[in-house]
Design a protein around this ligand. Structure first.
Ligand code: SF4
Length: 309
């Protein structure tokens, strides 16, 4: 680490203490950000952490827009800052609220389940939210055989396969550009090179990639899988940032990226410099209009309620 980087880290940590802030970092953040975060995790794990941190006044949420929005919705009394104003998830943009309303009109009385990777306006129009970690559990818990589900059509495929229910993806082909980079052929080559390796993939990957995996799960589930697996070599198909955490938590295992350039450019907009500026100037606060926040909060809380049954 350079002297300049260490100085910047010291300044962030000093400000954090002065302003009673906590730093939450998504699993896809740059290694140097993960290393100074109070908590690392997926979006809902982090929002829950924020709810538990009663003393904190500021949450510096190093991730993308919809995650900071969800944290703000669940923690209305705290200021939630996003380090980089432009860090927007393209998948969340694929399902504008108008589209949700059109699908609801087309299929009235059908439950609408939206992945947390949506903007607050869209969440406000759905019945319940889900994450990639709990989508299967949420759909199983619903008293319905057909469900409108968006925006990721690969996750919709995974949920349909695991639940046997009829899942209608909205929009028809919403996707994560980063997870679409994984190719079945690349993984097959790696499997030949590492015959003892097991393959763990994220459900945002294409069905043909999921079908050759030993394990399909969210980032938090992949972390648990890696810890509990007897395999010493694991091929990982998700955004490259997770490998830093996996390697730190499992120093005796080897993690092989299924595609080394699987980088989410939006997640990587956050840098130490931007964390420092966001905290110093208290800028890029996530703000959701009250009426939308209340409805979106209900959808998020419905998710927590269904999970507790
Ligand atoms: S990895 Fe995919 S889903 Fe996650 S923020 Fe980036 S574009 Fe969105």
């Amino acid at each position: 680490m350079t002297e300049k980087t260490q100085e910047l880290i010291n300044k962030i940590l000093k400000l954090k203490k002065e302003k009673r802030a906590i730093i939450l970092a998504h699993n896809y953040q740059r290694p140097e950000i993960q290393d100074i975060a109070d908590y690392i995790g997926d979006s809902i794990e982090l929002s829950r952490k924020a709810m538990e941190e009663k003393e904190a006044e500021i949450i510096l949420f190093s991730a993308v827009d919809f995650m900071a929005e969800s944290a703000a919705i669940l923690n209305p009394e705290k200021k939630v800052l996003l380090p980089s104003k432009g860090a927007r998830c393209p998948m969340a943009q694929m399902l504008p609220v108008e589209q949700v309303r059109i699908w609801k009109e087309k299929y009235p009385n059908m439950p609408v389940v939206l992945y947390v990777n949506t903007l607050a306006e869209a969440k406000a129009e759905c019945d319940v939210c889900c994450t990639s970690a709990n989508a299967v559990q949420i759909i199983k818990a619903l008293d319905a055989e057909t469900v409108l589900f968006g925006p990721d059509h690969n996750l919709a495929w995974h949920v349909q396969k695991e639940t046997g229910k009829h899942i209608i993806p909205i929009p028809e082909r919403g996707f994560c550009p980063t997870h679409m980079l994984f190719q079945k052929e690349d993984i097959e080559i790696l499997k030949n090179e590492h015959p003892n390796a097991v393959v763990a993939v994220h459900p945002e990957c294409m069905p043909e990639v999921q079908q050759i995996a030993d394990f399909v799960g969210s980032t938090s589930q992949m972390c648990r899988f890696a810890k509990n697996s007897e395999a010493k070599e694991i091929i990982i198909a998700t955004e490259i940032g997770l490998l830093h955490r996996l390697r730190k938590e499992n120093p005796n295992k080897t993690f092989i990226p299924a595609y080394a350039d699987a980088v989410c450019p939006n997640m990587k907009l956050n840098t130490l410099e931007r964390l420092y500026l966001a905290l110093k100037n208290e800028q890029h606060a996530a703000s959701v209009p009250k009426a939308i926040a209340e409805k979106a909060r209900r959808a998020l809380e419905n998710m927590f309620t269904l999970l507790s049954h």
